[in-house]
Design a protein. Structure first.
Ligand code: ATP
Ligand code: MG
Length: 271
């Protein structure tokens, strides 16, 4: 597990102004791939045990929000970091372009239905943040409506926090060059080609606008109850190590426990 101090490097301090270029996209020289592999295996086991206790404890849920540019590795993050959890303790939701019905409601309507119930870990593959990211870049709503959404997001997340939800919000940070490599890989590999879409190339042209929108979103919506982390994501082994460390640390901080059951095992017979 990477230590508290190292984790803090990736945290967006509430109230700070994010400049993404100041955050690393790769591991530092002190990090070792072989060590990381072992640490991640151990952290995944710990996370699995902690989510069982999260369920028995019943007071909290954990919502992991994952946002990233196209092809940055959201799918492999979910598979590799959360793939060994008990499916009964998890929920997942993937947010695509809203349907006609979803569009006819406020932007949080479709989100709220997918927040994890107490006792479970929920994973959002994209999220309500799309409504201040792609919506801003593409002008999908009037500017003043989008400008109002940051406060609505903070209020929504605070409400969920007060009702027992804990948050880990992850931005998978990669460079534009790295995205090029990953898009080329999608095109070249027959088993990955289905993931490629011509629209990825159009979105890529808007890279700088997306970066500016991410900076704005993370500056305005990294809060004490729901902080953002900017995860170096160009090496999967280091990305996994940071993410598993952040999640395990949060679960451990909740002081989860089994309820005390008032029975004397010596007095019970099962025939
Ligand atoms: P990958 O990164 O692996 O391609 P993906 O998350 O991009 O996966 P897709 O089905 O390719 O999955 O794309 C989902 C699309 O839906 C994204 O382009 C995203 O911007 C868009 N989307 C999600 N939420 C909204 C929203 N609220 N408004 C408009 N578009 C949205
Ligand atoms: Mg896509």
């Amino acid at each position: 597990m990477i230590d508290e101090q190292e984790i803090e490097k990736f945290l967006v301090e509430p109230g700070s102004v994010v400049e993404l270029q100041r955050f690393q996209t790769r591991a530092g020289p002190a990090q070792d791939k072989e060590y990381a592999g072992k640490a991640v295996a151990e952290l995944r086991d710990r996370m699995a045990a902690l989510t069982e206790t999260l369920y028995v404890d019943g007071r909290y849920s954990l919502l992991v929000v994952i946002q990233a540019m196209d092809a940055a590795g959201k799918d492999s993050t979910i598979r590799r970091c959360f793939g060994s959890l008990n499916p009964m303790r998890c929920t997942t939701a993937q947010f695509r372009s809203p349907t006609v019905q979803e569009k006819s409601h406020d932007f949080l309507w479709r989100i709220h239905q997918h927040t994890p119930p107490r006792g479970t870990l929920g994973i959002f593959n994209r999220s309500h943040y799309e409504d201040v990211l792609v919506a801003r870049v593409k002008g999908l709503a009037p500017r003043e409506i989008i400008n109002g959404r940051y406060d609505h997001i903070n209020a929504f997340e605070k409400m969920l926090y007060d009702e027992g939800t804990r948050f880990v919000k992850l931005y998978l940070h990669v460079s534009k060059d790295y995205q090029r490599e990953r898009l080329l890989r999608r095109i070249e590999r027959p088993d990955k080609r289905w993931k490629f879409s011509m629209s990825d190339l159009e979105e890529r042209k808007l890279w700088d606008y997306y970066i500016a929108s991410y900076e704005q979103a993370m500056s305005r919506c990294s809060t004490e109850p729901a902080p953002w982390y900017i995860i170096p994501s160009e090496q999967r082994w280091f990305r996994d190590l940071v993410i598993c460390s952040v999640v395990v640390r949060l679960l451990e901080s909740l002081d989860l426990h089994h309820p005390s059951i008032d029975i004397d095992p010596n007095k019970i017979e099962v025939d």
